[in-house]
Ligand binder design. Sequence first.
Ligand code: 1GP
Length: 241
Amino acid sequence: MVLYKSIFKRKGKKIAVLIDPGKLSVNSLKKVVKASQSGNVDFFLAGGSIISQNIDFTIDVIRDNSDLPVVLFPGSIYQLSEKADAILLLSLISGRNPDFLIGNHVIAAPFLKKSSLEVISSGYILIDGGNKTSVEYMSNTKPVPSDKSDIVTATAIAGEMLGLSSIYLEAGSGAKFPVKENLISDVKRNTDIPLIVGGGIRDTETLERICRAGADITVAGTVFENNVELIRRFSDIVHGF
Ligand code: 1GP
């Protein structure tokens, strides 16, 4: 399995906290960051669909309150920053929108090449989570229906064959339902690259099921916005595997 220095500092499963600069006030951002630091999470994913706060500013606030790695999770090329440690270079392989498959990557490539950011490519697979999410709307792509494990798995295999170095199963931030366990286990059985799962994880039982099904890295954000105490509980569960 490929190991990335920014996020695989220790063995075992990982948990990332999503910091969406478009959603959090500076005060809530500080609270989430401090709770993540003391809660022993592995890294932050920073980015989102819209911009109401500059990404450099967001990373400055994170750095002032934590020494955890910051990985960019850009919804667009406007969310690039040399202040981060790494970037999850997402190719939206469940969609058929060329801009999100390769177009934006071409625009960003020279900048990324010159920067000191660690580039972690990821096959981003959007799966129907029961409601229309921002990713679906903003990317103008359709999610894979949640009962089509064969399509999700084939997409993940194709992503690995194309050389992408991780797979991200995404139900979308605020999804009604998280990614189903059978999809996670089918993808895990058929690929050999790190598997990231996120979207709609709101409780510890769901988190446990997702880890047990085979997620190497779980991502959550929305649930912590009004409940930072949950960060440590989530982190303990993931690290207990
Ligand atoms: C990251 O989109 C997720 O994959 C985060 O989703 O905000 O629903 O936790 P939530």
